[in-house]
Design a protein around this ligand. Structure first.
Ligand code: HEC
Length: 125
């Protein structure tokens, strides 16, 4: 238990409290996030990144909501102040999370082209 368990529970708890607050009092007290860029406006690179996401990430993460699946929902992940772990949502931190894994998230090996495409896509969320 200890740290591994707590960290895994934290983002679920905050997503739950957020949903609860939204239900009780509209969006007050809950981050309201900017909408994701629609697929019709993606660049070629963003569209390639969406395919990488579909292959490697979609089984655990919803892209355009903050609702959790196996991992936290990634809506606006590059535009929020801090990721669920508290780390800043820089490309560097996100790339490290992907390549090294984090707690319950397994590492994913991507070549640099796929990684850059995926990061471009994550910026549309
Ligand atoms: C097998 C399920 C699984 C897969 C596949 C997966 N993740 Fe995750 N991801 C998780 C879990 C679980 C967490 C929460 C880890 C924690 O407790 O901090 C997470 C956390 C994250 C975070 C937040 C990190 C932070 O610092 O809070 C990001 C960003 C992320 N994943 C992106 C991705 C991307 C992009 C991919 C595809 C390359 C991916 N994940 C693949 C399960 C997964």
């Amino acid at each position: 238990m200890g740290h591994r368990f707590r960290a895994a529970v934290d983002w679920r708890l905050s997503a739950f409290l957020c949903a609860l607050a939204a239900g009780v009092a509209g969006t007050a007290g809950c981050r309201s996030l900017p909408p994701s860029k629609p697929a019709s406006q993606w660049t070629a690179q963003e569209a390639r990144g969406a395919r990488v996401f579909g292959q490697h990430c979609a089984r655990c993460h919803y892209p355009t909501t903050t609702r959790g699946m196996k991992g936290p929902g990634l809506q606006a992940i590059t535009r929020i102040k801090a990721m669920p772990s508290g780390a800043p949502p820089t490309d560097e931190h996100i790339a490290q999370t992907i390549l090294r894994g984090r707690l319950m998230m397994p590492s994913t090996q991507l070549d640099d082209a796929d990684l850059q495409d995926l990061l471009a896509y994550l910026h549309t969320l």
